[in-house]
Design a protein around this ligand. Structure first.
Ligand SMILES: NC(=O)c1ccc[n+]([C@@H]2O[C@H](COP(=O)([O-])OP(=O)(O)OC[C@H]3O[C@@H](n4cnc5c(N)ncnc54)[C@H](O)[C@@H]3O)[C@@H](O)[C@H]2O)c1
Length: 235
């Protein structure tokens, strides 16, 4: 019996690497993203904006009619902004704060609630961030959104256990993706000093962890970090 997976944000970075890994292991994969250039015989792509509930509903309907059921959901779609809460002449844009929260947590929750109805004996993996724990200057919106993902893990795992659906959160450190390299060179150097490996993580190292969570059926209701010991990085 084939396995099926939905990967939000699968058009780039961690999601893209995960989609490729799943395809290489024989999964049928449905990527939901704003854009995607990957093609494969076992891949479906739907243009989904996770903040627009009807795009999720449509993509789910089409994915189900091709795949029949969903066994894995990986939520990688995410955005970040960098802004002080107050500065000499301005205050943090409420619109920007809302946008980050909308994509990273409300959109993620909408995907989870719609897809979970059609999952049997499956797993939901939500990509959070070490910013959920560490915070960073100028990262209030992003950190709040990732903290919310971590807060969602256990109640969602408890609610969905009766349907044999597991829920796990993964919090990466700084990863070499289009989002990761947005971090300024100077900040990255500081981060490298405070990371035990002295380098950024690689998307394939995240894909590897995601496969571990999919395969280890005893792993549930927990958030864990993949950050090479980046405790309290001053970034
Ligand atoms: N790269 C890092 O250093 C790092 C560290 C910790 C956590 N993360 C998290 O990992 C996840 C993946 O990030 P990445 O580094 O691969 O970044 P990325 O920018 O390469 O990929 C993010 C993907 O999300 C998609 N996306 C953005 N808004 C969307 C929306 N409204 N609807 C649908 N798709 C949308 C983008 O189009 C993009 O393809 C994110 O949730 C990010 O917050 C990344």
């Amino acid at each position: 019996m084939f396995q099926t997976a939905i990967v939000t944000g699968g058009g780039s970075g961690i999601g893209l690497e995960t989609a490729k890994t799943l395809l290489s292991k024989g999964y049928k994969v449905s990527i939901w993203d704003l854009s995607c250039s990957l093609s494969h015989e076992n891949l479906l792509y739907y243009k989904v904006d996770v903040t627009k509930t009807n795009t999720i509903t449509q993509a789910l309907k089409s994915t189900l009619s091709s795949f029949g059921k969903i066994s894995v959901l990986i939520n990688c779609a995410g955005i970040t902004i960098s802004s002080p809460i107050i500065s000499l002449n301005s205050i943090h844009s409420l619109e920007d704060f809302e946008k980050v929260l909308y994509v990273n947590i409300i959109g993620l929750f909408d995907v989870c609630r719609q897809v979970a109805r059609h999952m049997i004996d499956g797993v939901i993996i939500n990509i959070s961030s070490i910013h959920a724990y560490e915070g960073s200057r100028l990262m209030s919106a992003y950190s709040a959104s990732k903290g919310a993902i971590n807060g969602l893990t256990l109640p969602m795992a408890r609610d969905l256990a009766q349907y044999k659906i597991r829920v796990v959160g993964i919090s990466p450190g700084l990863i070499e993706t289009p989002m990761g390299v947005l971090v300024k060179e100077t900040k990255r150097k500081v981060f490298f000093k405070e990371t035990l490996s002295g380098r950024m993580g690689r998307p394939e190292e995240l894909a590897h962890a995601i496969m571990f969570v999919i395969e280890n059926k005893y792993m549930n209701g927990v958030n864990f970090r993949i950050d090479s010991g980046a405790i309290n990085p001053h970034i």
